[in-house]
Design a protein. Structure first.
Length: 302
């Protein structure tokens, strides 16, 4: 028994003093203090969770949010963590969800992110404060200041990959707000992801080209490894000639990511590095040149 207790204590991260595992108590405290609740949903064998713990959750920047947030850690290996995951339709870990004192979702961030990106996106959620249900109602009414609400709802659908629901919400928005969302880099990018998910799930490869091009435009030619994977998976449902042509739009963003990630020491690479290199190998095998495939494998020690 002592050995188990010692192991549990050693497993607690350095940031543990700021956190609780009691979600109910955190919601009560948020109601009393007028704060929000930040839930870190993690898994015991999740490499990206450990990276985020070290680079984001244990930092002074996170500690400074203590006055605005009740911080909760939930392990998906526990009954409460598993129940929370199902209730909030979470696909994987790490996932970070902001709740209001009633337990209504205000926003979420799925997966590993660089610290600057994470805190910027979290600040946007905290500035909004309204629940996603309220945001959906406000956005449906339209108006000059409802783009943040529409953006938040679209983002949540994109991260959950609920393409039909997300696009149905978007279709009901007033025309002016739909045009704003299409041109907004964040909302517009998530709309393209929803369209790619829908086309991929329906195995309609030809329907992937337009959202893939638009996603590139909105992000000024930069895509992350997950976007590359999504576009490639979606475009795969085409005859070989059309497929290769569709894949070719991925060459520039793929090589930008490789140039950024390959020179880094292993300890500095993000956990999506494996996805990136798999996509690169797949791309060069399909579209060439073979010399780059050989060079990549040599760099990877294969």
């Amino acid at each position: 028994m002592r050995g188990l207790l010692l192991a549990a204590l050693l497993a607690v991260p350095a940031s543990a003093g700021l956190w609780t595992t009691d979600l109910k108590a955190a919601l009560t405290a948020a109601g009393e203090k007028g704060t929000l609740v930040f839930v870190d949903l993690f898994g015991p064998s999740c490499a990206a969770c450990r990276v985020m713990e070290d680079t984001v959750l244990s930092t002074p920047e996170m500690e400074r949010l203590r006055g605005r947030l009740e911080l909760v850690k939930l392990d998906t290996a526990t009954p409460e963590g598993e129940r929370f995951k199902k209730e909030h339709r979470i696909l994987g870990v790490p996932t970070y969800i902001v709740l209001d004192p009633r337990g209504e979702e205000v926003g979420l961030l799925l997966g590993e992110r660089r610290p600057a990106v994470f805190f910027a996106q979290l600040e946007e959620i905290l500035a909004k404060r309204t629940s996603l249900k309220e945001a959906e109602l406000r956005a449906a009414q339209g108006g000059p200041c409802t783009l943040p609400e529409a953006r938040a709802v679209i983002s949540a659908h994109a991260q959950r990959r609920t393409a039909k629901e997300g696009l149905a919400f978007f279709a009901k928005l007033p025309d002016a707000l739909r045009r704003q969302a299409e041109e907004d880099p964040a909302a517009g990018s998530d709309l393209q992801r929803l369209r790619l998910y829908l086309a991929r799930d329906a195995q309609r490869g030809a329907a992937c080209a337009a959202p893939a091009r638009r996603l590139l435009e909105l992000n000024q030619g930069f895509l992350d490894a997950y976007d590359l994977f999504l576009i490639r998976a979606c475009s795969s449902y085409q005859p070989e000639q059309e497929r290769r042509k569709a894949f070719e739009v991925l060459r520039a963003p793929l090589e930008k990511l490789l140039a950024e990630q390959l020179p880094r020491p292993r300890s500095k690479r993000t956990t999506d590095f494996g996805i990136l290199t798999s996509e690169a190998e797949w791309f060069y095998e399909s579209n060439g040149p073979k010399e780059k495939l050989e060079k990549l494998r040599k760099n990877l020690g294969r």
